[in-house]
Design a protein around this ligand. Structure first.
Ligand SMILES: C[S@@+](CC[C@H](N)C(=O)[O-])C[C@H]1O[C@@H](n2cnc3c(N)ncnc32)[C@H](O)[C@@H]1O
Length: 326
């Protein structure tokens, strides 16, 4: 299937965007902890999604380029495994950039469903995709995939499902959360369906830390935008200029951590609640776990998924896995 410039429209849009009260709860609870923390899903307002796209184009962020290269090399294999009339469901679809590789490889895909928490970004990416692939049924679901998503209630066409979960988004979760998310994705599968998932590999601390602290400062802007979002949406008065971005490889836990570091002692309020931070204290905003193939295979097995095959780039930086119900 090849893209065209004809106009297209969404076959359906389902809006399960979490209420603002959930963002507020997460922020108030996270800022009250000893090690302050806010879940990374809250990065993704419209600005955060646009900044993430910019990150993927930086020289230091090897992840997107590497995964796209692998996808290009395995197109025929994927097409053979997926078969005809596939229904592709992509959680955390973002700008739906990688999906072109998959759709172009597949034999007459029947439908594409993007699912993301970032509503406006999701709608425009899926409308854009519908315009590029006029023969394809394109739907969009705005939802938080850390909660149950009732796929059965939506008008998703019948057909063999391929759940496409690229970008190593699975790495944002601690082991228990990753297992729970994989279990939720597994529950979307019927007999014969599969998951194609990308997971970043363990590599040198230098490469990893540079990837999450690029020289152009885009990842720093992405991290700091969370504070701007809190100020705007949750009536905060945080001095965003008093924080800096830090990315550090935690070898023991096999993850890159992103933090917002207070550059001075300070107090601020969010929705009327006051918080104090000491100079040097941090808000932990993201983990990006890195996997060996063995560790990822064990994680999948813990969610009753078995790795049927996997593909990596020559440097062993990144791996895509084909998973089926064990
Ligand atoms: C790391 S980006 C990856 C984007 C794209 N899949 C890629 O491979 O480049 C994570 C994506 O998942 C979405 N996301 C993060 N947490 C989410 C959640 N809890 N529920 C739904 N979408 C989420 C973000 O909005 C963003 O588009």
């Amino acid at each position: 299937m090849t893209p065209s410039q004809n106009a297209g429209a969404l076959a359906f849009f389902e809006d399960l965007h979490p209420p603002k009260s959930r963002f507020l709860d997460d922020v108030l609870t996270g800022l009250a902890k000893r090690q302050k923390s806010i879940p990374p899903k809250h990065f993704y307002d419209a600005k955060g999604s646009a900044l993430f796209d910019d990150i993927t184009g930086t020289d230091d962020y090897y992840v997107t380029r590497t995964e796209l290269g692998i996808l290009d090399g395995i197109a025929d294999d994927i097409a053979a495994r997926a078969g005809k009339d596939t229904v592709v469901i992509e959680p955390g679809s973002g700008s739906s950039v990688k999906i072109d590789r998959l759709l172009n490889a597949l034999d007459a895909p029947a439908a594409y469903v993007g699912l993301d928490i970032s509503k406006d970004h999701l709608i425009s990416a899926c409308e854009d995709l519908a315009a590029r692939y006029p023969g394809l049924t394109v739907g969009a679901i705005c939802a938080d995939f850390t909660q149950a998503v009732p796929l059965g209630e939506f008008p998703i066409p019948d057909g063999r499902r391929l759940v496409f979960f690229p970008g190593s988004t699975i790495g944002n979760f601690e082991p228990d959360g990753a297992r729970s998310l994989l279990c939720r994705l597994r529950d979307w599968l019927r007999p014969g369906d599969a998951i194609l998932i990308g997971a970043d590999r363990v590599k040198s601390a230098e490469v990893l830390e540079n990837a999450y602290d690029d020289q152009q400062g885009v990842t720093a802007a992405f991290n700091l935008n969370l504070l701007t979002r809190i100020n705007r949406e949750l009536n905060g008065d945080i001095d965003t200029g008093a924080f800096s971005h830090r990315a550090v490889w935690n070898a023991e836990l096999s993850r890159v951590e992103m933090h917002l570091v207070a550059n001075r002692d300070m107090q601020f309020t969010v929705s009327g609640q006051t918080f104090a931070m000491k100079k040097g204290e941090t808000i932990h905003t993201e983990n990006s776990h890195k996997f060996t193939i063995d560790r990822f295979t064990a994680l999948a097995a813990s969610a009753d998924l078995s790795v049927k095959t996997h593909w990596s780039d020559d440097r062993g930086y990144f791996t895509l896995y084909w998973l089926e119900r064990a």
